[in-house]
Ligand binder design. Structure first.
Ligand SMILES: [Mn+2]
Length: 387
């Protein structure tokens, strides 16, 4: 049951532990997770906990791309499976009140871990029968534990020996949060010194980052929506307890290797073009860039650009079929609430997104392609008002 007066992180994990302890071998479980490194690693930890109670890795898994946050097709797949237990991790869907009400009506046990931004109305709209947990419930601006940290913390409640700290490291680095986890960094340094050893001359700075790029390759590569390559490779790496399997190019990992090579080329080309052709908005610390690729690499390009422009906000747009997806990031010298800025278009300017959400420092949205001009002018208005 969702309740909002959470005191500390341990209490969040207590509640999760109580939920998972009630799972029985005969339960039909569906696990739905975001397809990026944070989502996949959290899904992996949750799967290992589920295995303890189910006797098997959950067979119904659905991974969600960032541009499908409304779960248009996936909600139908879930309904067809008709699970006893529905678990979601790293999905920014607390705002999908109809979807959640439907789940609360149909399914007895629904569990959600999320770490995306919480808007005040979520307290009213998330059905009480859902066990909704989010580190942002703690109310501390600096604490927003990514889903990987949730999975790692939960796993520690059930397994005392090896908690696969490298899996947690991959997820946290995927969300650019690893530096804040000193204890984990120490554990990694002691047990896997190779993982964090600096590497020169590559686009990754150590093997951990290399593993992140490979796991993310399964997610960014399109069309690949339901192959679940990253999860399968990570599961095998965990079974071998060998992170290097991820980038080995062997067995299941061969597929991931090919995706990574193709993406590396696209990312480099688009990033170089972006640096030249990006539209630098006069009077505002803003860069807008329209890219054209089938792969979901907007966030990567935006993150690379803000490193070059630490005093700017970067908005990257890409058309996918009839919809435009946008990702927004900010340089280290800027501290806007980006997700609120995107929400302002909806609440103050009647802009109808397909979906919108994220975090104060990294947010995203999806809208119909024919609304591009409207989006751009309303975004510029909202941006100027935010300053
Ligand atoms: Mn994610």
């Amino acid at each position: 049951m969702v309740h909002w007066n959470v005191v500390d992180w341990e209490e969040i994990i207590d509640r999760a532990e109580a939920f998972f302890r009630k799972i029985k071998p005969e339960d039909k479980v569906v696990l739905v997770y975001h397809g990026d490194a944070d989502g996949v690693t959290s899904a992996l930890f949750i799967s290992l906990v589920l295995k303890k109670f189910l006797g098997r890795i959950p067979e119904h898994r659905i991974w969600i791309s960032t541009k499908a946050y409304k779960l248009k097709e996936e909600r139908q797949i879930i309904d067809n499976i008709n699970p006893d237990v529905l678990i979601t991790t790293d999905l920014d869907i607390a705002k999908e009140d109809k979807l959640l009400r439907g789940w609360a009506d149909k399914y007895e046990k629904v569990f959600m871990y999320d770490h995306h931004y919480i808007r005040p109305e979520y307290k009213e709209t998330i059905p009480r029968s859902i066990e909704y947990l989010n580190a942002r419930m703690l109310g501390d601006k600096n604490i927003w534990h990514p889903a990987a940290f949730f999975g790692y913390s939960l796993h520690q409640r059930f397994f005392k020996d090896d908690n696969y700290p490298w899996v947690a490291g991959i997820g946290l680095r995927g969300d650019h949060a690893l530096d804040e986890y000193e204890t984990l960094l120490e554990i990694l340094g002691e047990n896997y010194p190779e993982l964090l050893k600096p590497i020169e001359g590559k686009d990754y700075k150590n093997l951990l980052e290399k593993a992140v790029y490979f796991i993310n390759a399964g997610f960014f590569f399109s069309p690949d929506l339901h192959e679940e390559t990253s999860y399968r490779v990570l599961l095998k790496a965990v079974e071998k307890n060998d992170y290097s399997f991820i980038y080995s190019g062997q067995e299941e990992a061969a597929e991931l290797h090919d995706k990574r090579v193709e993406l590396e080329t696209s990312i480099e080309r688009i990033y170089n073009e972006a640096k030249e052709k990006a539209e630098i908005i006069q009077d505002f610390p803003l860069i807008i860039y329209y890219i054209n690729t089938t792969h979901y690499i907007l966030g990567v390009i935006a993150s690379m650009l803000v490193k070059d422009f630490p005093n700017k906000v970067v908005l990257i747009l890409n058309r996918f079929d009839s919809e435009i997806s946008g990702e927004i990031r900010q340089g280290e010298n800027i501290d806007y609430n980006l997700v609120e800025m995107l929400f302002a278009l909806k609440s103050d300017k009647n802009f109808e997104y397909q979906s919108v959400g994220g975090h104060p420092r990294a947010a995203g949205c999806l809208f119909n392609a024919d609304q591009y001009e409207e989006f751009k002018s309303k975004f510029l208005e909202a941006f100027s008002e935010h300053n």
